[in-house]
Design a protein around this ligand. Structure first.
Ligand SMILES: [Zn+2]
Length: 298
């Protein structure tokens, strides 16, 4: 049976990764950049994870963010650059549940690396197909639990700084509590609570802040609606008097413009994963997206 194109590409990526790791192992340890800083070197798969780790690790931790700006974690394929970035790293912090499972591929190639997901003690939601919805960071209460998980893991990796990690966690937890209140204030007095989004990222956010996801253009990342599903979504939009469809700068869909034409909705960009203009921290992800959503609800 012939190998699929995807299998061939995956094989080629693995070969390049393996070759790159081999070259790095040949370098003397002190020739590798960052090896002598004396800090804990960790990696994070993408921005919200990296920023939470930064808030807890402070000056005691060097953090590599693996996902390049503008890329989607859902569809990212690691390159030799990510392997190179991991040379002194023993821990990759990740979300898990499919969104950044490419971190597991990276770890497979370097046996001393552990991937730590931040979902412990988080009440995970399930998508319609039964899979776990990985967008759990889009709720400030979950952000606090993630931060606590980071503090626990960093304390394990560097027990002599456990008090610092826990002190930073306490500070950050109160900041996230305040943020949670600010977001609730944004939605006070809104008569409309239904949103339609391009990518199915907002269920945790909606559940936390009293909204309802009325429909999405991509129930599964990279798969558009069938014509019948699109017709149903257009009906929902008209019935529920939806004025805005929330998309994202890096997403494209053949359906977005026809949908806007058929229903008269505006297309407004959100950024649940961070990194686009002005969304540079975990708190920005929550607050600025909340502001954009609130500004477009009646
Ligand atoms: Zn997503």
């Amino acid at each position: 049976m012939p190998l699929s194109r995807n299998a061939l590409i995956a094989g080629a990526v693995l070969l390049v990764l393996a070759a790159t790791i081999g070259l790095f192992l040949l370098l003397p340890r002190n020739a590798r950049p960052g090896a002598s800083s004396g800090k804990l070197s960790v990696a994070a798969t993408f921005l919200p994870v990296a920023d939470i780790v930064r808030n807890i690790g402070g000056a005691d931790v060097d953090i590599v963010t693996l996902l390049p700006p503008g890329a989607s974690p859902h569809t990212f394929q690691p390159t030799p650059l990510q392997v190179q970035q991991l040379q002194d790293v023993k821990t990759i912090f990740a979300i898990g549940h499919g969104i950044d499972d490419w971190s597991l591929t990276l770890a497979q190639n370097k046996p001393d690396i552990e991937v730590v997901t931040l979902d412990k003690n988080i009440q995970l939601r399930h998508a319609a197909d039964g899979s776990v919805d990985p967008h759990y960071w889009l709720d400030a209460a979950n952000g606090k639990i993630m931060a606590q998980n980071v503090a626990a893991e960093l304390s394990k990796l560097n027990p002599s700084h456990a008090a610092d990690f826990n002190r930073r966690f306490q500070t950050y937890a109160s900041e996230l509590d305040a943020l949670d209140t600010q977001i609730r204030i944004l939605f006070q007095g809104k008569t409309q609570n239904q949103i339609v989004a391009h990518h199915d990222a907002w269920e945790y956010f909606a559940a936390a802040y009293g909204l309802k996801v009325d429909g999405v253009l991509e129930p599964v990342p990279g798969r558009d609606l069938t014509p019948r599903e699109l017709a149903a979504l257009e009906n929902t939009i008209k019935q529920d008097n939806i004025k805005t469809v929330f998309s994202e700068p890096e997403l494209s869909s053949q359906l977005l413009l026809p949908l806007a034409k058929d229903t008269g909705v505006n297309i407004v960009n959100l950024d649940p994963e961070g990194g686009s203009n002005g969304i540079a921290s975990y708190r920005d992800i929550l607050f600025k997206n909340a502001q954009t959503i609130a500004n477009n609800l009646e």
